[in-house]
Design a protein around this ligand. Sequence first.
Ligand SMILES: CC(C)(COP(=O)(O)OP(=O)(O)OC[C@H]1O[C@@H](n2cnc3c(N)ncnc32)[C@H](O)[C@@H]1OP(=O)(O)O)[C@@H](O)C(=O)NCCC(=O)NCCS
Length: 198
Amino acid sequence: MATNMTEEVAQDYPRLIDLGGAEVEVRVMGADDRLPVLKFARSLPEQDLLFLRIDITDAGIVDGWVANIKDGATLSIVAYAAEELVGYATVERNPLRWTRRVGEIRVNVAPSFRARGLGRSLTAQIFDIARAMGLKKLVAHMTADQAGAQAAFKRLGFVPEALLADHVEDRDGEAHDLVIMSYDVEGHSGQMDDPLRI
Ligand SMILES: CC(C)(COP(=O)(O)OP(=O)(O)OC[C@H]1O[C@@H](n2cnc3c(N)ncnc32)[C@H](O)[C@@H]1OP(=O)(O)O)[C@@H](O)C(=O)NCCC(=O)NCCS
């Protein structure tokens, strides 16, 4: 059933977005995106990876991600500009029955494509997918010092819900606080009616 959901969502893709001159194609992620995702992840600054619960610079972890997509536990979209992966958004259903209503989303846009509306568009599309999956609440993790990401997520309707002190450690051994922001899907339904609006 879950796999049918991926197929259902895939019918709406690919989609083209015009980012003020640069054309971006958004596709449903599959096995073919494995190498572009790895290349993208390895090009990101470390602070953009610290919020992730999984290390997406690791080929085995990306294989696991692709396997979760095949199983239907995760649905992801990837954005390409001139065949270069420039961003992704993903939603993962919590596997426990009693927290099945909650999905975790991750959005990441290449630094050179930020502040042009791509993050908003990818997030809006992943909201629609999360709704189609029947999710009621979305959570997103980010480090407390990522002021830009927090500001962007506030603009997208998320509210800070928890602060976990000294929760993640960077390569230099420095600890960072982790912020969990959340979004009530039902309470905000209709807020983002047009996922391609930029
Ligand atoms: C968070 C992130 C996805 C935003 O992507 P983006 O393409 O730059 O976002 P957009 O250009 O669509 O901006 C979305 C909104 O946030 C605002 N915004 C974006 N960057 C901002 C910043 N640095 N400071 C303040 N506001 C910001 C925009 O003005 C926009 O609001 P508006 O449409 O109401 O004007 C991107 O910064 C990123 O990949 N960060 C690293 C990964 C990360 O921390 N992800 C969050 C955890 S899931």
